[in-house]
Write a protein that binds this ligand. Structure first.
Ligand code: GKR
Ligand code: MG
Length: 419
């Protein structure tokens, strides 16, 4: 059960031109894949944030993790904190948790293979057989602009999704996602266009999909006044209102004036934020995310704490592939406190997945919890190598939505709030 080696592979995969409050998704999204080689030929898989920083940090901690028992999660986490938190490393707790989370997922996968148990069982047992996900809508250009031809996104050749730049485009995108995957709740990534236009898109969605729970997430792009006004306008349509403004105090002030619950993946992203947020009743729902809450076990702890305090739990996502979707599905399956459909970017990125297809289908808006040992997904080594080569060829080292949009809108400012 001893960890013998760790392979760290940075990858890049295609990402459509999705707009958000701080810019535009670049043509390639970055992730880091870990293979934890355990004695007996067992390999545990982990996936997490991309870019060279994360890969370098994982390589830095490898020597301290190799030689540990793969069931010793406390030991692995302590090793990460020792190497990256000391004077030499001095990373923030959040940065360390992000690194540990990838190892945590890989360790759980390996533990599952060693015990013959699915990860959801290792996390306390499945409370649901499938996990609901929501249709995650984005404003988007028709395709990525080709600067050699034109820097005007309006001239871009359309991809398979086409443009979504107005309410009709957003409804069409929702229809495509719902037809393909059967989603029965909808989230709109907002903070891109003036709030009136985004309110109109929400109304158009409510009309086109009556009874569907709707959420809107402008990532803190709105002022207090705008947030309160939008919430008053959308009122009963909203299941919850995600990060309308920035900061715990800002969210608390909005929460005092609106009736719908506020959710966050921005102002409460670490355990040390919980006491203040709860004391101020700033958020009524915390969006968990094992990638930055420190892995699967700590995500369960987060949910339990929220449950004890009467705060709801949902799940956040970022651009990701199948190892993460499997991990999200297992932890969601083992989290009784989770009461909402989870976010996932998977439909936008799945074409370049590096796990073999078939296990992680989204059917009727849900992913069946894999029953095979571990995460239940199998690495496709050729696909991993292909996407690693894409990463190497790209020369990319980190995500930069703001820098990318400035190529097409030189005066774009990512300063928030914008509206
Ligand atoms: O992918 O553009 C995006 C999202 O805005 C993502 O970066 C956020 O982390 O989805 C996320 C959110 O819910 O805020
Ligand atoms: Mg969010």
């Amino acid at each position: 059960m001893i960890i013998r080696d760790i392979t760290v592979t940075p990858i890049a995969f295609r990402d459509p031109p999705l707009l958000n409050a701080v810019g535009l998704h670049e043509p390639l999204a970055l992730r880091t894949i870990v293979q934890l080689h355990v004695e007996g030929g067992i390999v545990g898989l982990g996936e997490g944030s991309g870019g060279m920083d994360v890969a370098d940090r994982l390589r830095q901690v490898a020597d301290e993790v190799i030689g540990l028992n793969v069931f010793d999660l406390n030991g692995i986490e302590a090793a990460v904190n020792r190497v990256l938190g000391g004077d030499a490393g001095s990373l923030t707790r959040r940065e360390r948790r992000e690194v540990y989370a990838i190892l945590d997922v890989a360790a759980h996968d390996a533990q599952g293979h060693l015990t013959g148990l699915p990860v959801s069982e290792l996390l306390g047992g499945r409370v649901r057989d499938s996990v609901d996900y929501s249709a995650y809508l984005f404003y988007k250009y028709a395709g990525h602009p080709d600067p050699a031809r034109s820097t005007d996104p309006a001239d871009a050749a359309p991809d398979e999704w086409g443009a979504a730049l107005d309410p009709a485009g957003i409804v069409a995108q929702a229809r495509t996602l719902i037809e393909r995957y059967g989603f029965s709740s909808i989230k709109l990534k907002a903070g891109v266009f003036p709030p009136e236009q985004e309110v109109a898109a929400m109304r158009a969605l409510a009309e086109a999909f009556p009874g569907y729970p709707l959420r809107i997430d402008p990532n803190g792009a709105w002022s207090h006044e705008t947030a309160v006004a939008v919430c008053a306008e959308l009122g009963e349509l909203l299941e919850y209102f995600e990060d309308p403004v920035l900061g715990i105090d800002g969210m608390a002030a909005v929460a005092r004036e609106v009736e719908r619950p506020l959710a966050t993946n921005m102002c409460v992203v670490a355990f040390e934020h919980l006491p203040e947020a709860f004391a101020k009743d700033a958020v009524q729902i915390v969006l968990s995310d094992h990638h930055y809450w420190g892995g699967l076990r700590h995500t369960r702890e987060l949910a339990a704490i929220c449950g004890h305090w009467g705060v709801g739990v949902s799940m956040h996502s970022n651009s990701h592939l199948g190892i993460s979707l499997a991990a999200m599905t297992h932890v969601a399956a083992a989290t009784p406190e989770l009461a909402y459909a989870c976010d996932t970017h998977y439909p936008w990125n799945r074409e370049d997945d590096i796990v073999r297809p078939g296990v992680l289908e989204i059917v009727d808006g849900a992913v069946a919890v894999p029953r095979a040992p571990g995460l239940g997904v199998e690495l496709d080594p050729a696909a991993l190598e292909r996407q690693h080569q894409v990463f190497l060829d790209s020369g990319r080292t980190h995500r930069d939505d703001s820098g990318y949009i400035q190529q097409f809108q030189p005066d774009f400012s990512s300063t928030l709030p914008r509206f």
